[in-house]
Ligand binder design. Structure first.
Ligand code: PMP
Length: 344
């Protein structure tokens, strides 16, 4: 599944994935972190997020199964934007029409990119519960029934969502750590924001498979400690008592008021809850101090990691120079250019 970007590439699809793993030394120094702190920077994918990977894989597999036919099928998907951009990009290259149902809250930049790629966009109210017919999920389901040749790949239930990360993202992380830190080096911990849960589920499974074959000595489950980041206002974290009331928040792409099938919460060792302010503050730190042009949920990921590092378990990891921690940065500044929080 991992790609080589050397030489002449066949198409834009060959640029998907194989994103860089980058040291966060300045952020680590500012917060007195002594472990290897690394960011997996998915902004470098052509659609600007980790969702390009799942879009490509879900379309490939649906074509293989005969569910999608080029020139005939219309792809219809509910999304917070990044899956939509990924689907529109792959669909543009392969010759599919796309309809996207997206809540009003999501940035106009995402919608403009999808329109530019030729998609038909339907905006849905932010306050519609996920199980209501007016939510983006409800609207997409209705369109699939109404549109001739309409197919919903459904990132919330599709097993190729997590598989794209198990067979792609995690393999790249393990490979790059070994390349730079030595054959026996592994990721000891991973921190990821959670939306559909495909990323954390797939990366955790993939890295645990890899680590367990390296006789890990860190004492973690199959050699990997997994931290899930859920925004305040969402209800994905465990124990349930962490969550409180569901309410609106500004960070895009993470958190839900229902449990997606694609999220396997058993892979997560500890959950942390993050607020908008700390998330956007951390995004600005990543941009200004590391020169990484990442989006808001990358800030949530860093904010969640910093909260974890303040716990006893977390500080034992963050203060150990022999440990390696990977933060997954899901998308790019390009989705948020008009947002005031970027330059506050
Ligand atoms: N951050 C952003 C900006 C996203 O769009 C998403 C995907 N919804 C995520 C994080 C979380 O990824 P996943 O759906 O794989 O949990």
């Amino acid at each position: 599944m991992t790609k080589s970007k050397k030489g002449i590439l066949d198409s834009s699809l060959d640029v998907i994935g194989d994103t860089p793993l980058i040291r966060l030394d300045k952020v680590a120094a500012r917060h007195s972190i002594r472990c290897n702190l690394l960011g997996k920077v998915e902004a470098y994918s052509p659609g600007g997020s980790l969702k390009d990977r799942i879009a490509e894989r879900m379309i490939d597999e649906a074509e293989r199964a005969g569910e999608l036919v080029r020139g005939q099928s219309t792809i219809i998907e509910p999304t917070s934007g990044n899956t939509g951009i990924g689907l529109c990009l792959v669909a543009a290259r392969l010759g599919y029409k796309v309809m996207i149902a997206i809540p009003d809250k999501m940035s106009s930049e995402k919608v403009t990119v999808m329109r530019a790629l030729g998609a038909h966009i339907i905006r849905t109210p932010n306050d519609a519960p996920s199980d209501s017919p007016n939510s983006n999920i409800g609207v997409a389901k209705r369109l699939v029934r109404q549109v001739d040749g309409g197919v919903m790949l459904n990132q919330y239930t599709n097993r190729h969502n997590a598989l794209a990360h198990e067979l792609g993202t995690s393999v790249e992380i393990a490979r790059d750590i070994q390349f730079s830190l030595g054959h026996d080096a592994i990721a000891d911990a991973v921190v990821s924001g959670v939306g559909t849960g495909g990323t954390i589920t797939g990366v955790a499974r993939g890295l645990r498979t890899h680590n367990s074959s390296h006789s890990p000595t860190n004492g973690f489950r199959d050699g990997l400690f997994v931290v899930g980041v859920d925004p305040l206002g969402s209800s994905l974290a465990l124990p349930e008592s962490l969550n409180g009331e569901t309410h609106a928040y500004a960070v895009e792409g993470i958190g839900y008021d229902f449990l997606p099938d694609t999220l396997d919460r058993s892979v997560v060792d500890v959950w942390v809850k993050t607020g908008d302010e700390e998330s956007f503050d951390c995004t600005r730190q990543l941009i200004r101090e590391e020169g990484l042009l990442v989006g808001g949920s990358a800030g949530s990921c860093l904010a969640g990691a910093l909260q974890f590092f303040r716990t006893e378990q977390g500080s034992a990891i963050s203060q150990d120079p022999s440990k390696t921690v990977v933060l997954i940065f899901a998308d790019s500044i390009r989705n948020y250019i008009s947002k005031a929080w970027l330059v506050d």
